[in-house]
Design a protein around this ligand. Structure first.
Ligand SMILES: Cc1cc2nc3c(=O)[nH]c(=O)nc-3n(C[C@H](O)[C@H](O)[C@H](O)COP(=O)(O)OP(=O)(O)OC[C@H]3O[C@@H](n4cnc5c(N)ncnc54)[C@H](O)[C@@H]3O)c2cc1C
Length: 379
């Protein structure tokens, strides 16, 4: 067992770190303030090949793996979480198509996802079905060589800028109907974007409603033959990415707090001389390192493009909570400045807060972990 990054991984990490510090950091506050989509960053990140990190070379991607993607997302999120979410989306949803799509679907969509000309999104949540995804009500009913889709999705990240939607539906109206994924392109008749949410954080990545009203989708756009569990399984990939982005934001807060402690004075000393704050910083470091090890374990153990759902759930639970504690402690070290919008900490907190909800809440991850230990509940 080797806990060190390989030379190749260190190179990947340092290049993403350079972009994050030289480009992403400067304008992060602007996208947040105006809830603006960071198009110039999306274009740059696409040009650098990040959108297709895990997409196979035959489809124009880099053909790399989840571990390298995790390193990239962590570094980019240090500079700007909103911009990083687009790299996450193209890789996570591109990976879903790569793992679960038909050969035609892969040929049709993966090259455009890899080069960033399509931003895909995944639409599972509905007004009546969040954590309990089995309760989704959106239906796709077969009519000749099309499915007719009806229903409403909510909270769909990047809905207003996406061109391709991986939509979880029931294939029929009866209770026991199979559930699975359907690929729906923007502009399809009967499909429109509804309300755009006003978000607390991640404001450069708009969350929207999707409304399907007798929307006709060709049968060849069905991704899974009634296999709901594999679409849920594919969440474990996203969960590692989600955890890594939160830790990237927390590392930024940690770095800011370290620099602040070395220059800010109180009672004739630097903050770095107060034992209570030194221990606080030490505890922050312990949490960051522990979270990283769990994320790297899940990511580097991933086989066939999918990490183990148990390892991903453990990494997400710990990292989501650790990142919020670290950022909150950094705010405390900054005193009133930590609460000011002049400094990045409050934005980092708002951005990181979403990670503990999106992609399956930390409670749902604990349910999954407990099920691995104890089995299913018997009543
Ligand atoms: C910024 C953001 C982006 C998002 N992006 C997307 C997206 O792109 N696509 C998408 O499909 N969805 C997206 N979501 C929705 C997200 O997946 C859901 O919010 C999440 O799954 C929780 O569902 P809910 O909000 O309906 O909460 P609920 O399911 O109503 O849960 C409410 C509370 O009860 C807890 N709870 C529920 N069931 C249990 C249980 N069995 N045991 C213990 N506790 C439980 C939950 O943990 C939570 O604390 C996004 C959400 C946010 C905030």
């Amino acid at each position: 067992m080797d806990f060190n990054l390989s030379q190749e991984q260190q190179l990947i990490q340092s290049e993403a770190r350079r972009i994050s510090r030289e480009v992403l950091r400067d304008k992060a506050a602007r996208w947040d303030l105006n809830a603006e989509v960071p198009w110039e960053n999306i274009e740059l990140l696409a040009k650098m090949g990040y959108m297709g990190t895990v997409i196979d070379e035959e489809y124009g991607g880099v053909g790399s793996n989840l571990m390298n993607l995790v390193l990239i997302l962590e570094e980019l999120a240090w500079g700007c979480v909103s911009s990083t979410l687009y790299v996450f989306a193209n890789n996570a949803h591109g990976n879903r198509i790569q793992q679960l799509g038909t050969p035609d679907q892969k040929r049709k969509y993966l090259p455009a996802i890899a080069n960033g000309s399509i931003i895909p999104c995944h639409a599972m949540s509905e007004p009546g079905a969040g954590s309990d995804a089995t309760r989704i009500r959106s239906t796709a009913v077969l009519d000749g060589d099309h499915y007719v889709v009806n229903g409403t999705k909510c909270w769909i990240s990047r809905g207003s800028v996406s061109k391709l939607f991986l939509v979880n539906v029931r294939f029929g109206t009866d209770k026991g109907a199979d559930k699975g994924l359907l690929l729906i392109e923007s502009g399809t008749q009967g499909f429109e974007i509804g309300k755009v949410e006003r978000l607390m954080g991640q404001r450069g990545s708009p969350s929207t409603e999707l409304i399907f009203n007798d929307c006709r989708v060709p049968v060849e756009n069905r991704m899974l033959e009634g296999d709901f569990s594999s679409s849920i399984m594919s969440m474990s990939f996203s969960r590692c990415c989600n955890a890594a982005m939160g830790i990237g934001a927390a590392q930024r807060a940690f770095d800011e707090a370290t620099a602040y402690m070395l220059q800010r004075e109180a009672f004739g000393k630097h903050l770095s001389d107060f034992q209570g704050l030194r221990w606080m910083l030490a505890d922050m470091k312990v949490k960051l390192d522990a979270a990283r090890l769990l994320i790297y374990r899940a990511a580097s153990n991933a086989t066939g493009g999918m990490p183990s759902d148990g390892e991903a759930a453990i990494a997400k639970t710990f990292a989501n909570e650790a990142s919020l504690q670290v950022i909150s402690d950094a705010m405390q070290i900054f005193g009133a400045n930590g609460y000011s919008c002049e400094y990045p900490l409050e934005r980092l907190y708002r951005d990181a807060r979403a990670f503990a909800i999106a992609g399956g809440t930390t409670q749902i991850q604990r349910n999954l972990i407990a099920r691995k230990i104890l089995g299913r509940r018997t009543y």
